[in-house]
Design a protein around this ligand. Structure first.
Ligand code: NCD
Length: 306
């Protein structure tokens, strides 16, 4: 039963609950008209203390397409956080203005703190370099659309695995399905954090770490590219040194399998050249599109509309 739950990190939901969401998302995709008024009278609040295009707008689009309403803010400077209000107070007050809340915050753990004071479900829309569970829903839905399964896959994660919250969340989710193999492609400085690796070990998932894209690209079913997360670097020189470390271009795509797909949570900077966009294996724009359906299904379930 998903009604009333929070989604703060991927493991808040069971695999059966994921399945419920994917089945619903698929039905919404196929029968959009059936869902256009189901959230009438309900309000989603989007509290974004950090920049976003896709996540905030796809949340808002999802709620509007369900016939609900949205309110919120898209930068901390236009909220009372700028006056020093705590997340606890903001959450307590805004929860009386809405039925469900999506929060993005630069500090890890803030959506969790908000959930302790909110009377409505809280969705973590990205907290610092920590987690991004609705991107994971989007990513899993995309993988399912292509491969019709979430197990027995080899997935390469490339780029900023240290600060990339979409990676942390997706890696942990994929580790719960059987027989997936993870290849971590990053420079030494941007390796997956220990606490995420420990989770992979606990779940007994096979993973290996490599330094070049060429070593891995030929073996993966999914190549998950990521942006080097400039805003999270303390050492700006380190960012400058690492920002172009991986660039996926047409030439590297020649090394990849015919049936693989390239994913990216977007925004991209220059880690995928535009020539790759025309390759039928480029799935990142489709992935962004599916994000709306994943979020429609999530909102529907958490509000208990069905
Ligand atoms: C990601 C994020 O915000 O973590 N973007 C998104 O939500 N689609 C990835 C990123 O910013 O690099």
């Amino acid at each position: 039963m998903l009604k009333g739950k929070n989604l703060l990190e991927p493991k808040d939901f069971t695999l059966e609950e994921y399945e419920e969401i994917f089945t619903l998302a698929k039905d919404i995709l196929d029968n959009r008209d059936n869902y256009k008024n189901v959230a009438g009278g309900k309000i989603l609040a989007t509290l974004f203390f950090e920049p976003s295009t896709r996540t905030r707008l796809s949340f808002e689009s999802a709620m509007l397409r369900l016939g609900g309403n949205v309110l919120g803010f898209s930068e901390a400077s236009s909220s009372s956080a700028a006056k020093g209000e705590t997340i606890e107070d903001t959450a307590r007050v805004v929860s009386s203005y809405c039925d469900i809340m999506a929060i993005r915050h630069p500090i890890a753990g803030y959506p969790q703190r908000a959930s302790e004071y909110s009377t409505v479900p809280i969705i973590n829309a990205g907290d610092g370099g920590h987690e991004h569970p609705t991107q994971t829903l989007t990513d899993l839905l995309t993988i399912k659309e292509k491969f019709n399964r979430l197990d027995n896959l080899t997935i390469g994660f490339c780029g900023d695995l240290k600060y990339g919250r979409t990676v942390h969340s997706l890696v942990k989710a994929l580790a719960r399905y059987s027989n997936n193999k993870i290849i971590l492609i990053s420079p030494e400085e941007l390796q997956l954090p220990e606490y995420v690796k420990e989770e992979l070990e606990r779940l007994n998932i096979a993973y290996e770490e490599v330094k070049t894209l060429e070593e891995a690209i030929g073996t993966v079913d999914i190549l998950y590219m990521t942006r080097i997360q400039r805003e999270r670097f303390e050492d700006k020189e380190q960012y400058e040194r690492l920002k172009n470390v991986y660039i996926l271009d047409g030439e590297k795509m020649l090394l990849a399998k015919e049936e693989m797909i390239v994913m990216h949570p977007l925004p991209r900077v220059n880690e995928i050249t535009v020539e790759v966009d025309n390759d039928s294996r480029a799935y990142y724009f489709k992935q962004a599109e599916l994000g709306v359906y994943a979020r429609m299904a999530l909102i529907y379930k958490l509000l208990g509309l069905g």
